[in-house]
Every structure is written in structure tokens, then in C-alpha cells.
Design a protein around this ligand. Structure first.
Ligand SMILES: Cc1cc2nc3c(=O)[nH]c(=O)nc-3n(C[C@H](O)[C@H](O)[C@H](O)COP(=O)(O)OP(=O)(O)OC[C@H]3O[C@@H](n4cnc5c(N)ncnc54)[C@H](O)[C@@H]3O)c2cc1C
Ligand SMILES: NC(=O)c1ccc[n+]([C@@H]2O[C@H](COP(=O)([O-])OP(=O)(O)OC[C@H]3O[C@@H](n4cnc5c(N)ncnc54)[C@H](OP(=O)(O)O)[C@@H]3O)[C@@H](O)[C@H]2O)c1
Length: 279
């Protein structure tokens, strides 16, 4: 049985007409507990169908933040208006919605399956709103004072879809200012439709997010150039979130190099890739 409770939409920041940051607080009682990387299920009555529709959303806030739960949401409009996102983008601060407890295994582990501390570099590749769980990782690791290296790579079609760019850039600046021994964080974004007029000001990396992993003529990949060494399964663990095509594009590079996903882990339970696909 689904145990639902009521939440209030406490803040809406529309980034562009079909993309926004939404915050939620419980109507009564405590904010639900969750782990960084988990998702929460929102539910709302959809008038045209006269029933409650529930959908999962990756949490962008960090578990130490006990004020609200933040989500990064795309309004699905094609081929037909998405049921829940149309309700959300038609709502206002103060409106009520229902939610079901947070869950999911797309979390960062402190230890490897053999019990050893996991000190490997964390590389996150997010397509579009697939950035959301990685914003949570960054906020969480920063808040707990983690010394682990984290690299966030974001791919979007348009420059105005680079959500959280200021916050992630500031986190990188803090890392450069304080030193990697205190806070070891990198953020890079890429634009997949660089030739469109709207993206004319973009002077950064071009292509979909998996381009960061690809190397030409035996050169280092853009990711390897960024971190300054060859990426191996001994030094790096990957987290990928986005369209299935994004996951596949990353696995096409990583699998031939011996990287293994959690879903296909080795007999000793070791793996180097977790992914969350949105179809
Ligand atoms: C673990 C997980 C985490 C997620 N995290 C996020 C997140 O962080 N941010 C985010 O934006 N999304 C996220 N999603 C996606 C989210 O759960 C929803 O799938 C998404 O918001 C669309 O929901 P909807 O009800 O608006 O669309 P739906 O009504 O479910 O529509 C889905 C698709 O079907 C089409 N459609 C609708 N009605 C019909 C019809 N009658 N006939 C044919 N086609 C139709 C729509 O055009 C759309 O393409 C996540 C999904 C999962 C599984
Ligand atoms: N965890 C989840 O399950 C989850 C999380 C977030 C969002 N979603 C859902 O995913 C849908 C779209 O997400 P979005 O709007 O955030 O993405 P988007 O903005 O449409 O795309 C983001 C990036 O992914 C690329 N891309 C698009 N289709 C691709 C494919 N088939 N293969 C590889 N790359 C592809 C885009 O490249 P181009 O410019 O070349 O198209 C762009 O660079 C929404 O329905 C949303 O609700 C699910």
C-alpha cells in the first residue's frame, strides 16, 4: 500500500518556460529523511482523468538541508502534455501536493563492496534534468567536508538549460581557492546544439555529455585532460543520469575499457558504474 502524505510547494523558480526548480515542505511534521541520489514520488489529482498520477523525481537538495526538498523538473509537452508536469507547471507557491517517501539506490557509497574505504574519484555525467542527483551529491559532499575528488559534467541542448551553473561554478572556484586537499571539485558543461542561433554566445565544450569521455587518435579524453591522468577502474567511479542514449553513449566508451555496471557486477560484487535512466 502506498503511504502518502501532504506537501506544500514552498518555492518555484522557472528557469525557462518548461524547466524549473521546485521546493517542497511537509504540510505537517518533519521533512522526510533521504540519501543523496534518491528520488521522491510526487502525486497529484489530474482533473482530466479524475485520478491521482504519481511520478518519480530525483532530489537535488542534500539530506543535511532540513528546510525543504528541491527538485529540478522539465515540463513534458510533446507529443502530448505530460500529466503530472502539467499540474506542476500550472501550480503556484502554497499549493498542496502529495508525496511518497524517498527511495532509490543511486547513492554514493563510502566503502567498496569488500569493505575497504572507497577513495576513488567520483565522475558524474548528467544529461538535462539528469543533473539533479549530482547537485545533491555536490551539496552533500561539500556540507560534510568530504575530501574525495568529484567531477560534475553536464550536457544540455541550450545555454539557458545549464541549471545550477552559478552554484557549481562557485563550488569549483572554492576548490581552486582553498586547494584540492580541502575541497576537490570540478564542473564542466557542454552544449549539444552549438550551431543554433540561441547558443551563439557559447564558447565552451560542444556535443552531448558523453563527449567528455571520448578520445581521438589515442589522445587523452577531455575528462582525462581535466583531471590530468588516465581514467582507470582503479581510480574512478562513474555515475550517469539521463536519457538511455546518454547511458549507452557512456557505456560504449567505458565497457571496452573493463568498467562494469552495478547491475552487472562481478562475482566479488565490485563495479565502477551506477546509472539512472529516464528512457
Ligand atoms: C527515478 C526517476 C527519477 C526522475 N527524476 C526526474 C527529475 O529529476 N526531473 C524530471 O523532470 N523528471 C524526472 N523523472 C521523470 C518523471 O518521473 C516523469 O516521467 C516526467 O516528469 C513525465 O511525467 P508526466 O506525468 O508529466 O508525463 P506523462 O503523462 O507520464 O507522459 C510521458 C510521455 O507520454 C506522453 N503522453 C502523455 N499522455 C499520452 C497519451 N495519452 N498518449 C500517448 N502519449 C502520451 C507525453 O507526451 C510524454 O512524452 C524521473 C523518472 C524516474 C524514473
Ligand atoms: N532520473 C530520471 O529518470 C529522470 C531525470 C530527469 C528527467 N527525466 C525525464 O527525462 C525527460 C527529458 O529530460 P530533459 O528534458 O532533462 O533532457 P533534454 O533537455 O531533452 O536533453 C538533455 C541532453 O541529452 C541529450 N539527449 C536527448 N536525447 C538523447 C538521446 N536519445 N541520447 C543521448 N542524448 C540525448 C540532449 O541532446 P540534443 O540536444 O542532441 O537533443 C541534451 O544534450 C523528461 O521527460 C524528464 O521528465 C527523468
Amino acid at each position: 500500500m502506498v503511504v502518502e502524505s501532504k506537501a506544500i510547494i514552498s518555492y518555484i523558480q522557472i528557469q525557462k518556460e518548461d524547466l524549473g526548480v521546485f521546493r517542497f515542505k511537509p504540510k505537517e511534521g518533519e521533512l522526510p529523511q533521504y540519501k543523496s541520489g534518491q528520488f521522491i514520488t510526487l502525486g497529484a489529482n489530474v482533473p482530466s482523468e479524475n485520478k491521482v498520477i504519481r511520478r518519480a523525481y530525483s532530489i537535488a537538495s542534500n539530506p543535511e538541508n532540513r528546510k525543504y526538498i528541491e527538485l529540478y523538473i522539465r515540463w513534458v509537452r510533446k507529443p502530448l502534455p505530460g500529466r503530472l508536469t502539467t499540474v506542476l507547471f500550472g501550480s503556484k507557491e502554497g499549493d498542496e501536493i502529495s508525496w511518497v517517501r524517498a527511495t532509490g539506490a543511486f547513492t554514493i557509497e563510502e566503502n567498496k563492496p569488500n569493505g575497504e574505504k572507497d577513495d576513488r574519484r567520483i565522475v558524474c555525467l548528467g544529461g538535462g534534468t539528469g543533473l539533479a542527483p549530482f547537485v545533491s551529491y555536490a551539496r552533500h559532499l561539500h556540507t560534510i567536508g568530504s575530501k574525495r575528488e568529484i567531477v560534475i559534467l553536464h550536457g544540455a541542448s541550450y545555454v539557458d538549460e545549464l541549471g545550477y551553473r552559478d552554484e557549481l561554478t562557485q563550488l569549483e572556484e572554492e576548490s581552486l581557492d582553498k586547494g584540492k586537499d580541502k575541497w576537490n571539485f570540478r564542473y564542466r558543461a557542454t552544449i549539444s546544439r552549438p550551431d543554433e542561433w540561441f547558443n551563439r554566445t557559447w564558447n565552451g565544450p560542444k556535443g552531448r555529455v558523453e563527449t567528455f569521455l571520448q578520445s581521438k587518435n589515442g589522445d587523452m579524453s577531455p575528462l582525462e585532460k581535466l583531471v590530468g591522468e588516465k581514467i582507470t577502474k582503479e581510480n574512478t567511479v562513474f555515475f550517469i543520469c539521463g536519457w538511455q542514449g546518454t547511458i549507452d553513449g557512456c557505456l560504449d566508451v567505458l565497457t571496452p575499457r573493463g568498467f562494469v555496471t552495478e547491475r552487472n557486477k562481478r562475482p566479488d560484487k565490485s563495479f565502477e558504474i551506477k546509472f539512472e535512466s529516464y528512457g
